[in-house]
Design a protein around this ligand. Sequence first.
Ligand SMILES: [Mg+2]
Length: 424
Amino acid sequence: MTDVSREAVYQPPSELAEKYKGGIQRHTAVTPHPSASVPGSTRIKLVESFYIRPRWLFVRIETEGGVVGWGEGTLEGHTEAVQGSLKDISRRIVGWDAMNIEDIYTYLYRHRFYRGGEVLMSAISGIDIALWDIKGKVLGVPVWQLLGGAVRERCEVYGWIGGDRPSDVLEQAKVRKAQGFTKVKMNATESIGWLDSPHALDETVKRLAEVKSIGLDAGLDFHGRVHKAMAKQLAQQLEPHRPLFIEEPLLPGHVNELKDLYNKTTIPIALGERLFTRLDVRPYFEAGCIDIIQPDIAHAGGISETKKIAIMAEAYDIGVAPHCPLGPLAFAASLQVGFSTPNFVICEMSWKMHYNVGGFDLFTYMTNPDVFAVKNGHIDLLTAPGLGIELNEDLIRKEAAEAAKLEPWQNPIFRGPDGSVREW
Ligand SMILES: [Mg+2]
């Protein structure tokens, strides 16, 4: 007679079972932040924003008790629009208790009648992230601790290769591998016509094969620039080479068309950097047309909304891969969600990305960049209170004064051979 009870017991690999028999451990003791013991009001005294190169918009909130929280509301190419929204928000929430994050978020989102969209949501995101930083510092715990605790010891990350117009990806892939990454992402194509020559896709397939030949996995970002007629051909040609995922294979908004593509390919489909709040992601979840949701924490509604999107995604068996070609605050906030979210899969990391030029990079404004060390493709649990990173405020203020004299970052213009504008 078969021993049913014994067969029914799942045996995980013995090494992992032994390692995690006590659950996820923090390993590093959390150091209470000095501000945790500071008596004083947590009422908001001051809200400031700083546009700094390469293209980031930081938010700084200070409480009456002297606790400072930092957030990021970078909206690439629309800096002044978000600054205007932040100016409006700032005068409304001074005097409010910074600890009541949900109330402040609800007021900013719901009470103002007009809501959603990339500009208003990026401003709210910057505020929300700074408030979570403050709350963690006041209570002396990392943000992940406030989001339910750690479900993993480290978050997987990927770096970029290829830039806006991909070429020489093999050399760049080798560099990424040497830096400790095991997964990368690259643009699938350069600018491409609504109906282009099928040969326009040849290089894309070749590049993926090259990158995979050195043992890396690669996601391909269609960037919403590949229209339906070309996207279905490209997905089919990429399929034998097994990309990690294809991102924005069609522009957001085309839910039905995305569903058709989804049914034609086994490649995981990722999308979400241009969706804001749970309401925007809902039709994609309900249509069953994506496998991976990619909320950008600096646009989607900050830590509060990204966590809610992640929880909602889990109900549809959708993984979460935060989009983050941005600064250290957006990255730290994304990781805080990742550490506490079971269906987190991987996070984008902008270190040495093609947008970070002029000597400005992910670590430029940080005084503790070691916390973002990439080890075997992962970043270890952040253990300091709040977001877990420390910034050089003097440098930020100095750079903001310089950057104010310049035009904020803009994306390049793509035009076809006939002179017409193409998707960037
Ligand atoms: Mg993208």
